[in-house]
Design a protein around this ligand. Structure first.
Ligand code: DC
Length: 223
């Protein structure tokens, strides 16, 4: 690619299939995968561990500024490190899942995270997934994709994912949580989930992961 850094943004709601596809796409292109949701989750984990009030904006921003959150690639894949500790599994707990919408809605927290994410996008070619990537983090992305799926499909995927990680999950409860989370994520004042004119839309409800990946690769190649 002649030294030019490529940036690919993948936005969409929880359970649309972003992370699996983004991870696989990054591996195939030899780009760095940046799971921005994992960054908000890592901060949320620390906030919960320290028993901090989820509504204390200035303290949360201060924590975001002073927490060292970064990704490392290990032989079995990518892990997320928070203040020197591998929190890859811990950040997927239902407790973190519930609190992360509140923590990530604080504009001060987002400012810090967006800056970190932009620094990553400057240092290497990235596939970055999240909610506000195309709009705020890398508005100059080479490609912007917006993945969606029906609520029912997203809830079923979330349940499967949680069970695979060893958590028990109730479909009705997960569906409710997704609806609630969508509302919070799309209504917050800064960094809301929004479809942009330059987003390439993909409804993944009836697609396999392979099909989604293939479709994205075709778009990138201009086919
Ligand atoms: O993708 P995920 O479920 O791991 O994201 C966790 C939470 O973080 C979700 O509530 C939305 C929020 N998030 C965000 O506000 N901005 C991003 N770029 C990525 C995630």
């Amino acid at each position: 690619m002649g030294g030019k850094r490529m940036k690919i943004a993948i936005d969409g709601p929880a359970g649309a299939g972003k992370s699996t596809v983004a991870r696989r796409l990054a591996r195939e292109l030899n780009f760095t995968y940046v799971d921005t949701g994992a960054m908000y989750r890592a901060l949320t984990l620390k906030v919960l561990q320290q028993g901090i009030d989820l509504n204390d904006s200035s303290l949360l921003q201060q924590m975001a500024e002073t927490t060292d959150i970064h990704f490392e690639t290990q032989s079995d894949g990518q892990v997320i490190i928070s203040d020197g500790v591998d929190v890859t599994s811990l950040i997927r707990s239902p407790r973190v899942g519930e609190a992360v919408s509140i923590v990530s809605a604080h504009p001060g927290v987002r400012k810090v995270m967006v800056k970190l994410q932009q620094a990553m996008a400057r240092s290497c070619s990235v596939v970055m997934d999240g909610r506000d990537i195309g709009e705020y983090v890398i508005p100059d992305a080479d490609y912007k994709f917006f993945l969606t799926a029906s609520i029912e499909e997203r809830a079923q995927r979330r349940v499967r994912e949680m069970e695979m990680r060893g958590y028990r999950a109730d479909l009705d409860a997960v569906r409710e949580e997704i609806i609630k989370r969508d509302q919070i994520d799309s209504q917050r004042p800064v960094g809301a989930l929004r479809i942009l004119p330059d987003h390439i839309m993909l409804d993944t409800s009836k697609m396999t992961e392979d099909e989604v990946l293939h479709t994205i690769k075709m778009k990138i190649r201009g086919a």
